[in-house]
Write a protein that binds this ligand. Structure first.
Ligand code: FEO
Length: 391
């Protein structure tokens, strides 16, 4: 790895993780990720965030290549992919203080066993002078943990935003050059961890808008030297506007539910509704999460097994409930052999969503004329509601 210059006295000293394919043992990372850490030099020098402990040696090598001394380690977030190498940095620079908010301090003491005397706590709006440069902290809780904050370098107008506005994308580009690729990664990342906190994210965007920002330097993915690009994307994602789309996660054991899915896809397409099916036995859950960001409707298609919904559909329904998308309408369809509680269980799993649940279409065995008529009715009901939403 190499130290990369952002501006005079401001350097990237992080790590690229080309090979990582899973985060939190949960989130697929098809494009790897980066752990961005930054040096800001002045009379005093700050390191902003560190790297995942698996990449600690790369950070240490970069700091050695840079060759300076660190007075402050700014911890924007306690999650280990940014904080996990703080103990190693404190060993190299024993005089350094960890600068963070009280909640993050507590979490770092709990999870990394950093002694209390190593900390300097700050609150929303506080500034830290580095001499000719000034860092200002802003609390941005629930991006996606309760202690998250961002750091603003006033003189150069750089916002170090940590997870906020970032993307899981390993790329050799320091600054965003392939916007299309970055927006897909950033949207996926927003969907996976920030979507449940949409209301908080909206207010954080207002905080950013109040600052003059020339560069956004997140802790994952490339930096933005055209910050409005990613801010506009986020504004759209957190808005209440939904698209004329149906997300259709499905699983089928013997083809009956699949026949219903195929029929409903055609029925929706013939009504000019975009439909995105996800075969739950194969799908990447990150792609499903991303699709949930702005679709008006979700229809879960699921056979009954062991007297209830297929476990793959249970997972999808649980995920939708946990991610709390701005979806307005939900439908449940599927096939059963003799009975079961599929609709009841799935309805409970999405019970926290502020949605209208349409009449389910559950068919005994393989669908026939009456079953297809019910699916046409369902497509009509979805169309009616999308029109009412003026989408
Ligand atoms: Fe990139 Fe929440 O850590």
């Amino acid at each position: 790895m190499a130290v990369r210059k952002i501006k005079s006295g401001i350097y990237w000293v992080g790590s690229l993780d080309w090979d990582r394919r899973l985060f939190d043992e949960l989130i697929p990372l098809p494009d790897g990720t980066t752990y961005n850490a930054y040096i800001v030099e002045g009379e005093k020098t700050a390191l902003i965030d560190t790297v995942d402990p698996t990449k600690e040696s790369e950070l240490v090598e970069n700091l050695s290549q840079w060759g300076g001394s660190i007075d402050f380690v700014i911890a924007n977030h306690a999650e280990q992919d940014h904080s996990g190498s703080i103990p190693a940095v404190l060993e190299l620079f024993p005089q350094a203080k960890v600068v963070t908010n009280p909640k993050c301090k507590g979490m770092l003491m709990d999870s990394l066993l950093i002694p209390e005397e190593k900390f300097m706590t700050i609150k929303d709006g506080d500034t830290l002078s580095l001499g000719e440069r000034t860092l200002q902290s802003f609390m941005t809780p629930w991006v996606h943990w309760p202690e998250t904050m961002v750091t603003y370098l006033k003189e150069e107008r750089i916002l170090f935003s940590c997870d906020f506005l970032g993307s899981h994308l390993a790329t050799s580009e320091l600054f965003v050059r392939d916007k299309e690729r970055v927006v897909e990664s950033a949207k996926r990342y927003y969907a996976e961890i920030m979507m449940p906190f949409r209301t908080s994210i909206k207010s954080h965007l207002q905080k950013v808008d109040a600052l003059k920002v020339d560069i956004i330097a997140p802790s994952h993915g490339p930096l933005y030297d055209e910050p409005q690009f990613i801010l506009d994307c986020y504004r759209e994602w957190v808005s209440d506007t939904v698209k004329n789309e149906v997300i259709l996660p499905f699983v089928s054991m013997h083809g009956s539910t699949r026949a219903m899915v195929d029929y409903l896809i055609d029925a929706l397409m013939s009504r000019d509704i975009t439909v995105k099916p996800f075969n739950l036995t194969r799908t990447d859950t990150g792609e499903l999460a991303k699709a949930l960001v702005d679709a008006a409707t979700i229809v879960i298609a699921c056979p009954t097994v062991l007297a209830g919904p297929h476990p793959a559909a249970v997972y999808a329904a649980y995920l939708a409930g946990a991610l709390r998308p701005k979806t307005k309408i939900v439908g449940i369809i599927g096939s059963y052999g003799w009975g079961g509680k599929t609709v009841e269980v799935l309805s409970q799993l999405i019970g926290n969503l502020q949605v209208e649940v349409l009449d389910p279409v559950m068919i005994k065995g393989y669908p026939e004329k009456e079953g297809f008529r019910l699916l046409d009715n369902l497509a009509d009901e979805i169309l009616k509601r999308h029109r009412a939403l003026k989408i």
